[in-house]
Design a protein around this ligand. Structure first.
Ligand SMILES: *[C@@H]1O[C@H](CO)[C@@H](O)[C@H](O)[C@H]1NC(C)=O
Ligand SMILES: *[C@@H]1O[C@H](CO)[C@@H](O)[C@H](O)[C@H]1NC(C)=O
Ligand SMILES: *[C@@H]1O[C@H](CO)[C@@H](O)[C@H](O)[C@H]1NC(C)=O
Length: 272
């Protein structure tokens, strides 16, 4: 009796387990849409917005997944990066065009200041067990312009400047021959309330000795862009040391001398 009961229990357990498995495969707890928290792009350049769909091994899609890239905050359905709405036409392309591909990264062309913002990758999947949707955690697209170095002659200082999307994570650092310089006068001009879509970060250092000065732009821990400046102060000795063009002097002297000699010879011949 007890044995029968026990086998019934295990039987029931197995049914429960199978039901549970079915539920899991139906909703797919292991399925995720992964996208990086931050994507950086140089102004006017192209950016890859990565998005990867991960499915558990037992999940088989019966029709191709449907992809959406939403522009956050989503105010209307007309504002979509993918499929591109009117304002993104010709600027966005799917990188992997395979219908069943799980790589849903898109190429975003000619990124402008106005494109800074958050983009969310959404994928709808249909399996035998049903249809479900996965949302990525959204990527923040931040933009930066080209970094510039300005040498100021009168106070012998080097100014490194770069325009960036307003983000507190951006930091400029200057290195001299690999050693980080303590500047302390780092500044961001332009404020978050200004109408400008960017702020200017600048860092000034005094040029003390020759060598390589490098300005680096970091966003949180990641190096975004860097610029190198080779500094060779004019050496006083080199300025005084001036090579005389003796050959030129000799040549210049030779011409009138020959002319005089010819003249003299001619005069002597005439006298005779
Ligand atoms: C998305 O964010 C949530 C909450 O912050 C976190 O628990 C989850 O792991 C994130 N997912 C991915 C795929 O990074
Ligand atoms: C997705 O595809 C693009 C283009 O083929 C490639 O650059 C990228 O590395 C791929 N991403 C992954 C996660 O494989
Ligand atoms: C050097 O002079 C410029 C103005 O020409 C000024 O903006 C900068 O702050 C000065 N740098 C230092 C380190 O004093």
């Amino acid at each position: 009796m007890l044995k029968i009961l026990l086998s019934d229990v295990t039987e029931w357990g197995r049914i429960q387990w199978m039901f549970f498995l079915f539920m899991v495969s139906g909703t797919c707890s292991q399925c995720t849409v992964d996208q990086p928290p931050v994507v950086t792009a140089a102004l006017g350049h192209d950016a890859i917005m990565p998005c990867q769909l991960s499915l558990s091994d037992n999940v088989k899609m019966v029709i191709p997944p449907v992809l959406y890239w939403a522009v956050l905050p989503q105010e209307s359905d007309d504002d979509k990066l993918w499929p591109p709405s009117e304002n993104y036409k010709e600027r966005v392309d799917l990188l992997d065009k395979g219908l069943y591909s799980t790589n849903k990264s898109v190429l975003f062309r000619n990124v402008q200041w106005a494109d800074s913002g958050r983009y969310q990758c959404k994928v709808s999947i249909t399996t035998k067990a049903g249809r479900f949707r996965r949302l990525g955690n959204a990527s923040l697209l931040v933009v930066h312009d080209t970094m510039t170095f300005n040498l100021s002659g009168h106070n012998n200082s080097l100014l490194c400047e770069v325009n960036v999307t307003h983000d507190p994570g951006f930091v400029l650092t200057v290195f001299h021959d690999g050693y980080k310089l303590q500047t302390g006068d780092s500044s961001a001009s332009g404020d978050s309330y200004s109408y400008l879509p960017f702020v200017t970060l600048s860092e000034a250092v005094l040029l003390r000795s020759n060598g390589t000065y490098e300005c680096q732009l970091h966003l949180n821990e990641d190096l975004i862009t860097a610029s190198i400046f080779h500094y060779h102060p004019p050496e006083p000795d080199k300025l005084v040391e001036y090579k005389e063009p003796w050959h030129l002097y000799t040549a210049l002297l030779l011409v009138p001398t020959i002319f005089l000699l010819v003249l003299l010879t001619a005069m002597l011949i005439c006298r005779d």
